[in-house]
Design a protein around this ligand. Structure first.
Ligand code: HEC
Ligand code: HEC
Length: 288
């Protein structure tokens, strides 16, 4: 190429790159309303965003990748924790863990009930922004725990991939295929919200929900106890009831329920087929 051709080439390629860049930028902006569900931007969501900023939640947390890394990311938090849990947590986080075991504390935020429901609406809106697959794996937070919980085990089974949580000794090994227990075990990890976001099956590891190790024996004791008011008469019925109607019987502890309402989501009856529920029950009934 001579100098003239070189110049034309440089100008033309710069022009083409600019046009492509502008077109893509415009296209991205055109998609914002759909990706971010602008229709769902209610007054509540906007108020919640103001509360979020006013209380500097971002000094500790990230949302959509923005913020500080002291505390867990909250982008998808409402898909892992139900409204009753989040409401109680935001009212008084100290009920849910203690400094000695978790090392980090979330200070009480002095939020009104209105602030809290607005914040949850905001976080729920954020959780539905289409992030095109980010984050690739759910970012889970450890929640409640009882005295005696081993932090190391809790964090390990909470933060590592759910597959890493090995069944407790004595659990019948689950075989692959169409075995209902294997299907139930898979559902336990993949249903939304994932059971593994709140439950470990390792003894003594209590996350936002109690450990399900020893569930069969506990179920028998609960059914036989005088203060059990639910309808179950067998272990399987008790487990099913726990999943479809969590408040029928409440596991003791202020970090698991408030005012007679369990912090476990009550959406599974609606979201799972009877067969899926049965698979889950069979899997959980096999835990020792
Ligand atoms: C001083 C730092 C700090 C500030 C400010 C803060 N948080 Fe937190 N938050 C934490 C820590 C630390 C945890 C994790 C506790 C744990 O590991 O169990 C947490 C956990 C949470 C959780 C997850 C609870 C769970 O168990 O899943 C939510 C939701 C939350 N914070 C919301 C908020 C909101 C909303 C605000 C602002 C109003 C806020 N936080 C302000 C430190 C903070
Ligand atoms: C947001 C957290 C959360 C999620 C997600 C969750 N649970 Fe729970 N679960 C709890 C809490 C809190 C309790 C204790 C309060 C109660 O008794 O309902 C509980 C209790 C239970 C119990 C009764 C335990 C006992 O010893 O009485 C069973 C069984 C159970 N959950 C199974 C499941 C299954 C199966 C899933 C998934 C389909 C699931 N949970 C999802 C929080 C959760």
């Amino acid at each position: 190429m001579n100098r003239r051709q070189t110049r034309i080439f440089a100008i033309a390629s710069t022009a083409i790159a600019t046009v492509v860049f502008l077109a893509l930028t415009v296209d991205t902006h055109r998609q914002f309303p759909t990706l971010t569900n602008t229709d769902a931007l209610t007054e509540e969501v906007v108020r919640g965003q103001n509360v979020w900023h006013k209380h500097n939640c971002i000094n500790c947390h990230t949302i959509l990748g923005e913020g500080a890394y002291y505390a867990p990311d909250l982008t998808k938090i409402t898909q892992h924790r139900g409204v009753p849990y989040l409401t109680a947590f935001l009212k008084d986080p100290s009920q849910f863990y203690d400094e000695e075991r978790h090392r980090r504390l979330m200070p009480k935020q002095d939020l009104s009930d209105q602030d809290i429901s607005d914040l949850i609406a905001f976080m729920d809106w954020v959780s539905k922004v289409d992030n095109q697959g980010w984050p690739p794996r759910p970012i889970l937070v450890s929640g409640g725990s009882l005295p005696g919980t081993d932090l190391a085990v809790a964090q390990q089974s909470d933060r590592s991939s759910p597959e890493a949580a090995s069944p407790p000794p004595g659990a019948t090994p689950v075989t692959q295929g169409n075995d209902p227990r294997a299907l139930g075990e898979a559902l336990f990890r993949t249903v939304t919200p994932a059971c593994t976001a709140c439950h470990s099956i390792a003894p003594g590891v209590n996350l936002a929900g109690p450990t399900l190790a020893g569930l069969t024996q506990r179920a028998q004791e609960v059914i036989a106890s005088a203060d059990y008011k639910g309808k179950a008469t067998t272990v399987e019925e008790f487990i099913l009831e726990s999943i479809v109607e969590p408040s029928a019987y409440l596991y003791p502890g202020p970090m698991y329920s408030a005012n007679g309402t369990s912090f476990m989501p009550n959406t599974y009856q609606k979201d799972l087929s009877p067969e899926q529920l049965d698979n889950l029950v069979q899997y959980l009934a096999s835990l020792r």
